[in-house]
Ligand binder design. Structure first.
Ligand SMILES: *[C@@H]1O[C@H](CO)[C@@H](O)[C@H](O)[C@H]1NC(C)=O
Ligand SMILES: *[C@@H]1O[C@H](CO)[C@@H](O)[C@H](O)[C@H]1NC(C)=O
Ligand SMILES: *[C@@H]1O[C@H](CO)[C@@H](O)[C@H](O)[C@H]1NC(C)=O
Ligand SMILES: *[C@@H]1O[C@H](CO)[C@@H](O)[C@H](O)[C@H]1NC(C)=O
Ligand SMILES: *[C@@H]1O[C@H](CO)[C@@H](O)[C@H](O)[C@H]1NC(C)=O
Length: 477
């Protein structure tokens, strides 16, 4: 959604690897299209993935609250749950978020109109998840003499927001939540709008101030170099674009595409190669900056050449990309779903300022709503919906949640980084990227991620211990 917010938010045009590392069974459950009125009985099939190999007796349900994308790509990138399922005797479930992957309430008509898309909200999704949990409780009740299994929610990014929210809204269904890189405070008035790009800039500058400075110079270079049609063509071959940008809208799109890549590299700046967003080497920013720093540039052209070549770390790591389609990310269904959510309930104000390396951009809510109207024929009611719905900073009545954030993750800007109460734990990975702690273990893992993962396990154990003790008391009749 370049035209609206400059960058597309979580942007999971995630690759689904051809051979899955983690195996789960695919199931479907009928859930109401509208949980909040009784005017229609219409239902649709929500997909969830399940593996009960390690489940034993009263073992918990580890429940991943799916985000804005195909649920299997999250299952394949959340190895932490699989790593700890065996010692906890846990049942593993990944539930898909409605309007993503295969969980389309109106089939191939789901995205055709605001009338259909209107059922794409976090509240409806949480209610879906509660249906899935209830269904699982019935299905597995014989495993523990008819008793209710404890449920631990997990999620990263928007999924992490949902795991925190489901614990807050439905404490009877969910005992506790691991909310990783969950920017629940990336909303109006809760966080300065420039924090996101300030943090991103810091990551690049921490590898090399020169690299951040070259990037800072590149925006003006793009704008001035592409003034003439000939130079537009020139840049097209320099950056190996699929189509030559012609209008100023196209140049805006190009700028958005490029800045989105810079943000994405920070999000997935993991210490080993991954294929979450795309195929990438270990520490892609280190690779990008060392390539960029190896060039000397003297004018717009040589500057843009050095950027174009360096971007190949992200766009062409496999060496098999034909050309770069600056339309690509916005044409992806998963992303336009998130863009719709960002145009209704999830308005996250962002801006960039002189002191960061991005092109200056003020936060302009009026322009934002006009773009939403143009793209989706909807407007956000206000910037405050999620604050009314989920409490903003006033969450002191919540409990049994761990908020974890990597401080090198742009999204830590909206994360919960300070103490709320004794029953909400705040942990940080000083050197961590976006929901790094939810990934499976790896030989290259940093010591901070190992510590955070064992902290999660300890908290879950504590919640469960209390649950089983209380349960024994309450259910002795
Ligand atoms: C569940 O995971 C185990 C490995 O932990 C695997 O052997 C098994 O095939 C999986 N079950 C299903 C139904 O995919
Ligand atoms: C949409 O789905 C319907 C019903 O499943 C099917 O008959 C139709 O061919 C589909 N249309 C497109 C364009 O895929
Ligand atoms: C692109 O522009 C640069 C600098 O203006 C020039 O040296 C180069 O020859 C141009 N290349 C093409 C293919 O037009
Ligand atoms: C982006 O997509 C639109 C519509 O599909 C097309 O007209 C335009 O040429 C594309 N722009 C670029 C730069 O690829
Ligand atoms: C990707 O790399 C290959 C091999 O170096 C090159 O031929 C191709 O043009 C590159 N594609 C892009 C989009 O950079």
């Amino acid at each position: 959604m370049k035209s609206v917010i400059g960058i597309s938010l979580f942007s999971f045009f995630a690759i689904v690897a051809s051979d899955d590392v983690y195996k789960l069974e695919t199931k479907y459950i009928d859930v109401p299209i509208d949980h909040f009125s009784y005017t229609s009985d219409a239902t649709f099939k929500l997909r969830y993935l399940i593996n009960d190999t390690h489940h034993d007796k009263g073992g918990p349900i580890f429940f991943y609250t799916g985000n804005e994308g195909n649920i299997n790509s999250f299952a394949q990138n959340t190895g932490f749950i699989f790593d700890i399922a065996e010692p906890f005797d846990a049942l593993i479930v990944f539930a898909e978020h409605r309007f993503y992957g295969e969980s389309m309430p109106f089939g191939n008509q789901s995205y055709v109109s605001p009338k259909n898309l209107g059922y794409l909200t976090s509240q409806q999704a949480l209610a879906d998840f509660v249906y899935v949990i209830d269904h699982l409780q019935n299905e597995y009740k014989s495993r523990w003499n008819g008793k209710k299994l404890p449920v631990i929610a997990f999620g990263g990014s928007y999924g992490g927001m949902l795991s925190a929210y489901i614990r807050m809204k439905y404490p009877a269904s969910v005992l506790g939540a691991i909310a990783s890189s969950a920017p629940i405070w990336q909303f109006n008035g809760l966080t300065p709008c420039e924090d996101f790009y300030r943090i991103t800039t810091g990551v690049y500058a921490s590898y090399s101030p020169k690299c951040a400075n070259t990037i800072k110079n590149s925006w003006k270079a793009i704008r001035s170099f592409t003034q003439t049609p000939d130079n537009k063509k020139n840049l097209t071959s320099l950056w190996k674009l699929c189509n030559t940008p012609s209008t100023s809208d196209d140049i805006d799109k190009l700028v958005g595409w490029y800045s989105e890549i810079l943000v994405n590299m920070a999000m997935v700046n993991y210490p080993y190669p991954t294929n979450f967003l795309t195929n990438l080497p270990a520490y892609p920013i280190l690779q990008f900056c060392s390539t960029l720093d190896s060039y000397t540039w003297s004018d717009d052209y040589s500057l843009l050449k050095s950027i174009g070549d360096s971007l190949q770390i992200y766009t062409n790591y496999t060496k098999s990309a034909k050309c770069n389609d600056i339309n690509e990310t916005s044409s992806n269904v998963g992303e336009s779903g998130w863009d719709f959510q960002a145009c209704t309930e999830m308005v996250m104000p962002m801006c960039s300022v002189d002191s960061d390396m991005f092109e200056n951009a003020a936060w302009d809510f009026n322009k934002y709503t006009n773009d939403c109207s143009k793209n989706f024929n909807v407007r956000p009611r206000s910037q405050n919906e999620p604050i009314l719905e989920y409490g903003g900073k006033d969450i002191s009545t919540a409990s049994n949640i761990v908020f974890s954030n990597g401080l090198l993750d742009p999204w830590s800007s909206g994360g919960v980084l300070r103490r709320i109460n004794d029953n909400i734990k705040i942990v940080v990975l000083p050197d961590g990227a976006h929901h790094y702690d939810l990934r499976g273990k790896n030989d290259e893992d940093t010591s901070s991620v190992k510590m955070v993962r064992s902290f999660h396990a300890k908290e879950i154990k504590r919640w469960l211990k209390k649950y089983y003790e209380n349960y024994a008391q309450v259910h002795v009749i």
